[in-house]
Design a binder for this molecule. Sequence first.
Ligand code: GCU
Length: 338
Amino acid sequence: MKCAKKILALSFAALLSLTALTGCGGSESKRIVRIGHNQSMEHPTHIALSAFEEFIEENLGDKYDVEVYPSELLGSQTDMVQLTQTGAIDFCVASNAILETFSKNYEIFNLPYLFVNADAYHEVMDNEEITDQLFKSTEKAGFEAVTWLDAGTRNFYTVNKQIESPADLKGLKIRVQQSPTNVEMMRLLGGSATPMGFGEVYTALQSNIIDGAENNELALTDNGHGEVCKYYSYDMHQMVPDILIGNYNFLNELPESDREIFEEGFKLINQVEREEWTSAVEAAKKRAEEEMGVNFFYPDQAPFVEACQPLHESVLAGNPDIVPIYDAIQEVNAKYSE
Ligand code: GCU
């Protein structure tokens, strides 16, 4: 089944490369703009991208036809980033976590306990003086980040054991995103990291290949993980943004007036997604609790924070380029501390 899905995604991707090369995409005179993501059609990400589609078609409908592909139809996030790099598709939403394997500076937003709270996180991500240098630094990698999307707070959830402290993770195989920083985080917390793509997690949980995973509340409902995992612990280890990236050449070859409208559209994506996010999390939590029988726990975060601290030091020591961003984040954190 998984194999069939992969073959389908890959053949679709091959078809896209071909149509991108030949220019044959259906509509003769319009440029088809393809955007891929890995969430369901009810998810805030899809709602926001659909608002973008409508906005571009209202304002530039004679020139562009936007197509949004949800649910890993174009492959995993890693596949989609590669398609975006080559220009086979124009945009995709990728978790910041996996972007660090394409451009090392993205490590910064993968650090556990980087922000003191969600307000500090939002303020940092909204501050272009902090994010711009990173977002626009990936010309060599063939893409540029155009906006960010809230993906909430990541917490551990397991099939049959509640996590109260890092000691409870010992001996458990926990799925993490495919990022060296996340693998190291799990090592420091004492669990056994099992990196894999998002679409593979449900089956891995169901067949006991892994004992648990870590994500925001929507994974329980939208992706069905709450059918298998009944213990969700708010250790709140990461706030990892999702990033909308676009093919570098596509963006930079847009006529200036079109680019301005696309930029307005990117802002709209961020705004709509964040408006949807809070109520989506509340609804997911309620449904997980009432309909799926998931239990929520609120462990003391201090031992988790302490265990992860060495990761800040090692990542900064290994990548001096991100130290100024880290320092700017600490200034924002200081405003929200005490
Ligand atoms: C969240 C995030 C996705 C990511 C997923 C994951 O759902 O929004 O971008 O792919 O976590 O854990 O892989």
